[in-house]
Every structure is written in structure tokens, then in C-alpha cells.
Design a protein around this ligand. Structure first.
Ligand SMILES: O=C(O)[C@@H](O)[C@H](O)[C@H](O)CO
Ligand SMILES: [Mg+2]
Length: 408
């Protein structure tokens, strides 16, 4: 069996999804997602110019050897652009394997450990009152876990991923359009004074059962993060996410020494080498890589297995930048993983997205139910894809009030 061709598409409804289609001499094809949010053309170019010409003629069933060839064979290893490109190839090869076996991928991993996988929604608000309304809506829709973010009184602009205007919270997505990033202003002192109390009010209002998550988005220094984690212990958060930028892994040890608040990290990690020590030293509680940025199913499954040895549960990234293809890869891992925790979920459900990526995966009452179709269980409509073109975007940047650059 041989790979005869592969094609890359860039575009989609409100997102520049990078979709790889690998074609074989036996009529079976596989799909992969290489979407690197706001830098989408880079993995696409790497695929087109270097990787696809190498794939032609290879046996697609040897997904392990192909992954090793890509990763080790690059000489300059890893990084988000390369790993997203390898991720798309690896997903597509698993898709082909599943179709050849006539089994959904979760069966190849070891079958189902659960029927539905819990997801979390994003509730946001220009202020706390606005956020409360947004949470109430998600609770009503049946979500069991909700990430909560709100504007901070006195903060010069809306803080991370929070709408400026009241009432625009539902389905709010940060505006990334344009090459030049928008600038947000951050004030740690105001955040530290306000947010723990706001989280306590949310717990009081919604009771003990709803899982409350909060994303600090790399904004705090290690000592501040430890203080925050300690202060919110009575709230019993499901997790505190990205408390500090994880280049400094010792920060996670400092936080652990001071608090029992569960810590989630990893949405910007690319490999097992970014998190193996955090996992082995049991400094974190949830690992958040994505099937794209982690380089596909092959390496992500290894991370999940390592995490399982150390009581670290999964909480895969699921921002709207992930196409239904990588989300499907994660749905299959989530159905199988004995150490599944939760799945971030924002992407599916629009008619345009469903038309471009038809599938039987479904979300109901805050749970995802994985499709039983062979392989990934997602298709790609090339005629639909022709409607979309690439539009550049950029993550916002953050500055302190005096202009100093900070961490987004
Ligand atoms: O946890 C999340 O979903 C966010 O941190 C997003 O991934 C971030 O804004 C980049 O798009
Ligand atoms: Mg995050």
C-alpha cells in the first residue's frame, strides 16, 4: 500500500483551518488538521514544500516509522509549526488505519472507558454580573463544567478573552482579525485583589456541583500565582489554568508547595519534553496539549500514558482554532483514556462548520459522544472548502499600563 498524493486546504468559516488529505493507491484517504492559530500558512507551507513530497510512495500503515522519520529526520526538532504539520500527517495516517480496520479509532486504542466525555464551555462577561448571566445560560444548557472569565473593575481594557460591552458574552470569541495585533492592558494588582472574591461569589451563586475552571493565561509571576492558588482554595476550582508561563517549570513547584488548587497547563506545549518532568514530579493535575500542536495522536497518546502513571488527567485544548478533525482525534482519545479529565469545547455546531466537516460526533448536555464510523469519523467537503479563503489574524498582545510588554 502506498501514499499517492496529498493536498492541503487553508480556510473555513471564521477560522483558517489547515486541512490535510492523504490519498492512497487503494482508494482510502485520511484527514488531518494542521491549524496553528493565526500562523496557519506556515505549517501549510511546510507540508506542501517538504513533507508531502517525502510522503509520496510511503506505506501509510507504518504511522510510527513515519512519525519518527518526520521528527528525528528534521534535524531541527519540534516547535509549534513543525509539530502541527506532523500532527496533521499522523492524524491522517490513523484515519487511514481505522478505515482499513473498519473500526473507530477508540477501538484501536483499547475501546471505550466511558460513554460520554465531559466538556467545558467558556462563560465570559464584561463584568461579574454579565458573567453570572453567561454561566446561568450554560448551566441551563446542561454543561457540567464551565470556564469563567470576567472584566476586572478599573482595568483599562477588557482583560483576557472578555467582551468590552455588557450583554455580548454568549459565544464571545476574541477578535484576532488583522496582521497587527490588538493591544490589551493588564494590571496584576487589580486582578489579584478582585478575582478570588469574584470566584467565591460564583461558587455561592451556583452551588457545589458545577465544575468551575479559571484561565490565568500566563499573566502571573510564580509567587503571585502561589498566592492566588492559595486564596481560591475554598472555591474548590476544577482547575486553575496556565498560572505562569511554563518555560520556567520551577514556578509550578512553587505553586504546588503553597496550594492544593488543581493546576492545568500545556496548551502551548509541543512535545513530551515540555511536560515530562512536570508530570513525573506530579506538579500538575491536568495536561492540556492538543493533537495538532503535540504532533498528532502517536505522541499525544504517549503523553496520556505517562500522565496516567502520575495521577495527571487529560484536559485537551479545544479552542475554536482546532478543526473538527483534531477535535475528533481528541474525542477518540477521550473515549479511551483511563485518565480522562475534561475536554475544552467551542468549535462544532455551526451549520457552516458541519457542512465543511460532516460527522456523527455529537454534543449533548455538556458531554461529547464519539462517532462509531471507521477512522476519525469526520469527512471533508472539498466543494464547501472552495467557498473559503485565507484571512490573516493575530493574537492580541498585552502591555502593562506603563507600556511594558507582558504575557498574552
Ligand atoms: O484556554 C484557551 O482556550 C485559551 O487560552 C486559548 O487557547 C487562547 O486564547 C489562544 O487562542
Ligand atoms: Mg487557556
Amino acid at each position: 500500500m502506498k501514499i499517492t498524493d496529498a493536498k492541503v486546504f487553508v480556510g473555513g468559516p471564521k477560522k483558517n483551518y489547515v486541512t490535510l488529505k492523504i490519498i492512497t493507491d487503494q482508494g482510502v484517504y485520511g484527514l488531518g488538521d494542521a491549524t496553528l492559530n493565526n500562523r496557519e500558512t506556515l505549517p501549510a507551507k511546510y507540508l506542501q514544500d517538504f513533507l508531502i513530497p517525502n510522503l509520496i510512495g510511503m506505506d501509510p500503515r507504518n504511522s510510527e516509522d513515519i512519525w519518527q522519520f518526520l521528527y528525528r529526520g528534521a534535524y531541527f526538532r519540534g516547535g509549534p509549526i513543525a509539530m502541527a504539520a506532523y500532527g496533521a500527517i499522523d492524524m491522517a495516517l490513523w484515519d487511514i488505519k481505522g478505515k482499513l480496520a473498519n473500526m473507530p479509532l477508540y477501538q484501536l486504542f483499547g475501546g471505550k472507558s466511558r460513554d460520554g466525555a465531559m466538556v467545558y464551555a467558556h462563560a465570559t462577561g464584561a463584568d461579574l454580573e454579565d458573567l453570572m448571566d453567561s454561566i446561568a445560560q450554560y448551566v441551563e444548557e446542561g454543561y457540567k463544567a464551565i470556564r469563567v472569565q470576567c472584566g476586572i473593575p478599573g482595568m483599562p481594557t477588557a482583560s483576557y478573552a472578555v467582551p468590552e460591552k455588557k450583554g455580548s458574552a454568549q459565544n464571545y470569541i476574541t477578535d484576532y482579525t488583522g496582521i497587527r495585533p490588538k493591544v490589551e492592558i493588564w494590571d496584576t494588582d487589580k486582578y489579584m485583589r478582585y478575582m478570588p472574591g469574584a470566584l467565591a461569589e460564583i461558587r455561592d451563586r451556583f452551588g457545589p456541583d458545577v465544575h468551575i475552571l479559571h484561565d490565568v493565561h500566563h499573566r502571573l509571576l510564580p509567587r503571585e500565582a502561589a498566592e492566588f492558588a492559595k486564596a481560591v482554595e475554598p472555591v474548590r476550582l476544577f482547575w486553575m489554568e496556565d498560572p505562569t508561563p511554563a518555560e520556567n517549570q520551577d514556578a509550578l513547584r512553587l505553586i504546588r508547595q503553597h496550594s492544593t488548587t488543581p493546576i492545568a497547563i500545556g496548551e502551548v506545549f509541543n512535545s513530551i519534553w515540555d511536560c515530562n518532568k512536570l508530570i513525573e514530579n506530579e506538579l500538575i493535575d491536568f495536561i492540556r496539549l492538543a493533537a495538532t500542536y503535540a504532533g498528532g495522536i502517536t505522541p499525544l497518546k504517549r503523553i496520556v500514558d505517562l500522565a496516567g502513571l502520575h495521577n495527571v488527567r487529560t484536559g485537551f485544548h479545544g479552542a475554536p482554532s482546532h478543526s473538527p478533525i483534531s477535535m475528533a482525534a481528541q474525542h477518540h482519545l477521550n473515549a479511551w483514556a483511563p485518565n480522562f479529565g475534561v475536554q475544552e469545547y467551542l468549535v462544532l455546531g455551526t451549520p457552516e462548520c458541519d457542512a465543511l466537516f460532516p460527522s456523527e460526533h455529537r454534543m449533548e448536555n455538556g458531554m461529547v459522544y464519539v462517532s462509531d464510523a471507521p477512522g476519525l469519523g469526520v469527512d471533508f467537503d472539498e466543494a464547501e472548502a472552495a467557498r473559503y479563503t485565507y484571512a490573516p489574524g493575530s493574537h492580541p498582545v498585552v502591555r502593562l499600563e506603563d507600556g511594558t510588554m507582558w504575557n498574552y
